[in-house]
Design a protein around this ligand. Structure first.
Ligand code: NAP
Length: 296
């Protein structure tokens, strides 16, 4: 019999992800702080709960995808939260991007009531969420991962169990964010050099994109940066949230991260320009301001 799923958080990511679970035939109940966002899921066949507690009472597996650690704690552990309604042996899967340390704290509190937890952050953006092709990096006991694998398969393609310890998925997502942001910085500097050298920017990206320096960022964000197309995608405010998680985690581990720190500061200058709600392609503005020139 299909596991009954409760899904909390119907934002840019949660809406299509829960929709894919309904399409896959799971019995799904949804909850969202702003209730109007549940209408489209109700139309698609989901039930609607009035609180995270009620959601958990009706579910075997409760998925959360909200903003950051304090919001996950509020939905899971707060008054009227998941912990008040979930049964022993049910599983909470947090798919938000939050800190590994907060994940471990939440898992410990849930364990006191016999509730299991997996951390399963995602990569692939709204496009991956809509198409059901997300990369999902999962931390927590393997037995729980195996039990929930069909659920992950309805939302993603590259699904990897990172280890039995809680927080291993979030640690992997932090690595993802480091590699991604430094790649964006590299593409930006390459574009600035191309501009100053009088090159055609898109032809440079085309030449580089198929070689050893090619990457998803070169091929997808490069043309957007060159054209000043700052429509999200992934917004700078959330990128900064994730870099804060990375830098806090690195501090706990006594690990210097000079490149990530630099990228974080450069993005702050883009936020100071009022572009925090724009996509990460707007990173190019930081480099343009330093060089006092514009690519367009
Ligand atoms: P979003 O569109 O801003 O949605 C945020 C969701 O969290 C909404 O459902 C919002 O409810 C809910 N929420 C916020 N604060 C809350 C609170 N205090 N209590 C209850 N619910 C609260 O964000 P998103 O883009 O879907 O991102 C969600 C998570 O996925 C984040 O951790 C993000 O870093 C991660 N992620 C995003 C992307 C991406 O491309 N967008 C990619 C990978 C991972 P309301 O509707 O009431 O505001």
């Amino acid at each position: 019999m299909n596991l009954k799923i409760g899904f909390a958080g119907l934002g840019i990511m949660g809406r299509p992800m829960s929709g894919n679970l309904v399409k896959a035939g799971f019995p799904v109940t949804v909850w969202n702080r702003t209730q109007s966002k549940t209408h489209c899921l109700a139309d698609a066949g989901a039930d609607v709960a009035n609180s995270p507690k009620e959601l958990a009472e009706r579910s075997d597996v409760i998925i959360t995808i909200v903003t950051d650690s304090p919001e996950v704690k509020q939905v899971v552990l707060g008054e009227g939260g998941v912990i008040e309604g979930a049964r022993a042996n049910s599983v909470v899967i947090d798919m938000s991007t939050i800190s590994p340390a907060a994940t471990r704290e939440i898992a410990e509190d849930l364990a006191l009531k016999g509730i299991h937890m997996l951390d399963a952050p995602v990569s692939g953006g709204d496009k991956g969420a809509i198409e059901g092709t997300l990369s999902i990096m999962v931390g927590g006991p393997k037995a729980d991962f195996d039990r929930c694998l069909p659920i992950f398969q309805a939302m993603g393609k590259n699904i990897i169990h990172m280890g039995d310890e809680h927080g291993m998925g979030q640690a992997t997502k932090a690595c993802n964010q480091v590699i991604g942001i430094l790649n964006i910085l590299a593409v930006g500097e390459g574009l600035m050099l191309a501009h100053k050298s009088g090159l055609d920017l898109n032809r440079m990206l085309q030449a580089v994109g198929a070689g050893a320096a090619g990457s998803w960022m070169v091929n997808n964000l490069g043309p957007k940066m060159a054209a000043h197309d700052f429509e999200p995608g992934f917004i700078i405010r959330l990128q900064q949230k994730d870099l804060n998680i990375v830098l806090e985690t690195a501090k706990d581990l006594n690990l210097p991260m000079p490149g990530t720190s630099l990228a974080h500061q450069l993005l702050r200058s883009v936020e100071a320009e009022g572009l925090g709600e724009k996509g990460t392609s707007a990173f190019i503005r930081a480099l343009e301001k330093l060089a006092d020139c514009s690519l367009v």
